[in-house]
Ligand binder design. Structure first.
Ligand code: F6P
Length: 598
């Protein structure tokens, strides 16, 4: 049976015809590039005929020398596109190469399946089942020598195998696949293009990462020496081997250019982490989203803090939505929050200064993580006076910390105690809470009593469920509303505190911590917590603090147990206060990212 809510706002009722968009055909002019706007599927009728509007799929093929931040870009893009609702998957060629070397799979096909083929570098046998003892790695630098024919054959074969897997995954229902490899020669790129000729519904975008900044390259090389290729190896030997590998790649490397242009492909080049971007022939909606997103990334060390507003009068009464003011407990939280962020801001700045001081240039997102508190001089428990002095000197200029709130009273009142001289406060309507339409101002029990069908429908599919009544929203709608906020957060170079609401905080954290949209609406995010996402080379690192009214201060809690997803989210408490946690049986603990390189 189709429920009322699934009949709301069908795509065609928005005035669209097949092949055009409700926005006036902007996205659908060119059939070849008709990638869908995310979540349009919700605007179709019932579950039985849900589909994604995405008859066209996309392959993103990475290009670039090793240590140019390709994997960093790949992970970011994957996280963004997944959050936007696209089935996105990374296909990493390096992983397959290592696997092939340990199983003898791919190498076997070169010499008829023997698992005892000699090491491509030094002729020692048994290299596929264990690292070569002479070279200490399964794939020493000579494996990447463009003149090493047998090794080259294996490398090409692995890259193509991975690409074929990727195409099979797309045909089985995937939407966006990312080929994560160097793809640094024209021949390799042509081979990949050839394989796409028969796939009329798959678009192709090359993304080349070029980096000319020696500092960043050197940092990335240091990271590479800790990669699976060099496990257990002396770091200096590993670095020497990696640099030799790099020189081999450089000999064969050709940047994207005329050869690809002749084939009419779409490509973009990201130069020096987005300082310069070249976009060629970009026609698809998705492709343009990817390029726009990549233009806005930066590597500044900073923190994105997310918290809900202080407790409001509606929270106390268990009512959803509305525009109530803070309750007295909420005012207490607001004061403590301003003090806490003042303190954290200073601590973080000192951590950055310390990391810069002890390991020059080691604080950016592509670099090794900072190691706070390691200065030898300072008194125990206090920041190094020299770092503090330097930070204070730097801080004299413009406020370098923004505070963003929704335009609802409870959020704006929560930041009343921030010093406007030191914090730039912005009120942004896109951060308003999910709008509950006809259910605004009701308690969950009242909704269950007065609109039982709605209540049930929401429990069955909370992400796509849209509240009835004018302006009623779903979580899917909220993602779209936050898209520009996310790009802006990626663009700006300093820390931001977002003071917002439960559904919004869930949606923002799902983006930063790569939490699947299916789990997003069931994340438990009580009032009184601050979530801090710190960009690192392999994703965001999460720290969590909880406000304790007894001490009127925040204390850090274990991030992996603070970020919970309720499996049995089938009852709604009327109160939003920091309620007792559910038993572990009801809860999936979402693992926080490990500290990047520690
Ligand atoms: O009750 C607080 C609140 O922010 C409501 O305004 C909002 O409707 C709700 O939480 C969102 O949470 P959920 O999606 O779990 O109902």
């Amino acid at each position: 049976m189709r429920s009322e809510r699934l009949r709301r706002l069908p795509y065609k009722d928005l005035g669209a015809t097949e092949g055009s968009s409700p926005m006036g055909g902007l996205f659908f002019d060119t059939p070849r590039f008709a990638n869908s706007v995310p979540f349009f599927r919700f605007q179709r009728f019932g579950h039985d005929d849900i589909h994604t509007d995405s008859d066209h799929k996309l392959v993103v093929v990475m290009v670039g020398l090793p240590a140019r931040g390709k994997s960093y870009i790949v992970k970011k893009v994957k996280r963004y596109l997944s959050w936007l609702g696209f089935q996105t998957k990374i296909f990493n060629v390096g992983d397959r190469r290592r696997l092939a070397s340990s199983t003898g799979e791919t190498a076997g096909s070169v010499d008829g399946g023997s698992g005892d083929k000699p090491c491509a570098e030094c002729s020692n046998p048994g290299v596929r089942t264990a690292p070569c003892t002479e070279c200490e790695t399964r794939h020493p630098s000579s494996f990447f020598d463009p003149d090493n024919e047998s090794a080259k054959y294996i490398r090409e074969q692995v890259a193509i195998e991975v690409f074929d897997d990727l195409l099979r995954w797309l045909q089985a229902g995937g939407q966006i696949a990312i080929h994560d490899a160097t793809n640094s020669t024209i021949e390799r790129r042509k081979a990949l293009i050839d394989r796409l000729v028969s796939q009329a519904d798959v678009n192709l975008l090359f993304v080349e990462s070029i980096c000319t900044d020696e500092v960043i390259i050197n940092r990335n090389i240091k990271l590479k020496t800790r990669s699976p290729d060099y496990i257990g190896m002396d770091p200096e030997v590993a670095e020497a081997d990696f640099r030799a590998r790099l020189r081999n790649y450089e000999r064969a490397y050709r940047t994207i250019g005329a050869a690809e242009e002749k084939l009419d492909v779409q490509y973009c080049k990201i130069i020096d982490v987005g300082k310069k971007v070249i976009a060629y022939n970009i026609q698809g909606f998705l492709e343009s989203q990817v390029v726009f997103y990549l233009m806005n990334m930066n590597l500044e060390p900073r923190v994105i803090y997310i918290t809900r507003h202080g407790e409001s009068e509606d929270n106390v009464a268990g009512r959803i939505g509305g525009d109530a003011s803070l309750a007295p407990s909420g005012i207490g939280y607001s004061k403590a929050l301003a003090r806490f962020i003042d303190r954290r801001r200073l601590e973080f700045a000192v951590e950055v200064e310390e990391a810069t001081h002890h390991a020059p240039g080691a604080t950016t997102s592509m670099s090794a993580s900072s190691t706070p508190g390691t200065c030898s001089e300072p008194e125990a428990g206090s920041p190094c006076p020299e770092h503090l002095r330097r930070y204070r000197r730097r801080r004299c200029g413009e406020p370098d910390f923004e505070v963003w709130t929704s335009m609802l009273k409870r959020a704006m009142e929560t930041v009343e105690y921030f010093d406007p001289q030191r914090y730039r406060v912005k009120n942004i309507k896109s951060l308003n809470e999910i709008y509950a339409g006809k259910c605004e101002g009701m308690t969950y029990s009242e909704i269950a009593r007065d609109f039982p069908e709605e209540f049930e429908a929401r429990q069955l599919d909370k992400f796509y469920y849209r509240y009835p009544g004018i302006g009623g929203e779903s979580y899917a709608d909220v993602v779209l509303r936050l898209q520009q906020v996310i790009v802006e957060l990626e663009r700006i170079r300093h820390s931001v505190l977002l003071v917002t609401h439960r559904a919004m905080a869930r949606t923002l954290l799902a983006y930063f911590m790569d939490i699947p949209t299916t789990q997003m609406p069931d994340m438990e995010l009580p009032l009184g917590y601050v979530y801090a996402c710190e960009p690192r080379p392999f994703g965001n690192f999460l720290r969590v603090w909880r406000y304790d009214s007894r001490i009127d201060d925040f204390e850090e809690v274990d991030a992996s147990s603070a970020l919970k997803i309720r499996c049995s989210q089938r009852s709604f408490p009327d109160s939003n206060s920091a309620a007792p946690l559910p038993s572990p049986a009801e809860t999936t603990y979402y693992p926080a990212r490990q500290r990047a390189m520690s």
